[in-house]
Design a protein around this ligand. Sequence first.
Ligand SMILES: O=C(CO)[C@@H](O)[C@H](O)COP(=O)(O)O
Ligand SMILES: [Fe+2]
Length: 216
Amino acid sequence: MKTLIAPSILSVDFNNLQQSIDIVNRSEADWLHLDVMDGVFVPNLSFGFPVIDSVAKTTQKPMDAHLMVIEPDKYIDRLRKLGVSRVTVHYEACPHLHRTVQAIKKAGMKAGVSLNPHTPVALLEEIINDLDLVLIMSVNPGYGGQSFIENSCPKIEKLRQLIDTKKASALIQVDGGVNFETGRRLIDSGANVLVAGSFVFSAKDPIDTINKLKKL
Ligand SMILES: O=C(CO)[C@@H](O)[C@H](O)COP(=O)(O)O
Ligand SMILES: [Fe+2]
């Protein structure tokens, strides 16, 4: 399948948020990645419902919410009402992961599970067939602009093997430190969806950068 690109607005200038949404709208991006952080699951706060509500009004791309929060179940209904298409929760934040995944799907959204860099893919064995997406964190979640963790490529190969063995259909998304070079290697390892934040929005020509990532 073709690689999907999900630009993250975490590192944009929020004084000019509309400008960044327009960039993504005018590009060949597939989804718009929204990083929600609660300052508890990760050591940072980002944005929540008021910002997602504003974004929802003008984005032409499906909204892909990456919840770096504890107790994500509390937010599922409001995300659905705001028009979010996919919700990804963290394995490490969900003691009742199966229940959380079912609640996301019951609300009519696609369900993803994210793994921190230290969390083995084998832990998804009993739930992989219920998932629409697995998000491999290639940095420790919490901040944009960090360097890529090399172990992410062999980890994606293991996940691809698990998905194939189980005849599952989950997409493999990767998030953190993605650029042309790491992006190429991630695709070769089996990734389907690349999230890119600072690489896109610090580029001279963000639209061209998104379109080139798409062609990797
Ligand atoms: O989830 C996160 C960070 O926790 C990401 O989505 C970042 O926004 C990616 O930023 P870059 O590494 O691409 O700058
Ligand atoms: Fe993210």
